[in-house]
Design a protein around this ligand. Structure first.
Ligand SMILES: [Zn+2]
Length: 148
């Protein structure tokens, strides 16, 4: 329970940091991952399952997503494990672009700009919005939720 609360708080902080600090975001996978990792891990990677810092690197998947294994519990994880970015079909740079712009642009507009199907963008748009609404008592991310 506490673990869950800590994760939600952390994720909320990540989203807020990204949204508040990027007026204009360039869709660059490497830059996007650097920003994300600096917020998620604060430069110290730990196991998202047991909290151990005893981990070892297992290279990268999809070029920029770091994979690790935990020496304590033996589980594998990557930069997105246990976050709402986990198992996303959209490249992270594009996800960030959606995050930053979802308040100002429609799903259709975003899907055209990113060359993604609008249902794909729509699903993610809803996921992010639900997450923010759930984790903020005074929602300020309440615009731009048009589906067409
Ligand atoms: Zn572990």
């Amino acid at each position: 329970m506490l673990q869950t609360f800590i994760y939600y708080t952390m994720l909320y902080n990540i989203m807020e940091t990204i949204i508040n600090n990027m007026d204009k975001f360039v869709i660059d996978e490497q830059s996007a991952m650097e920003i994300y990792r600096s917020v998620r891990w604060l430069n110290i990677v730990f196991c998202p399952y047991c909290g151990s810092y005893e981990i070892y690197n297992r290279g990268y998947q999809d070029e920029y997503i770091r994979r690790c294994s935990c020496k304590s519990c033996g589980k594998n994880f990557n930069d997105f494990t246990k976050t709402l970015f986990a198992n996303s079909k959209i490249p992270f740079g594009k996800l960030l672009y959606i995050l930053v712009n979802m308040k100002f642009k429609s799903v259709l507009q975003l899907s055209k700009e990113l060359n993604l199907h609008r249902n794909t963008v729509g699903r993610y748009h809803k996921k992010i919005r639900d997450f923010l609404l759930e984790n903020n008592e005074n929602p300020k991310f309440n615009g731009g939720c048009r589906n067409g």
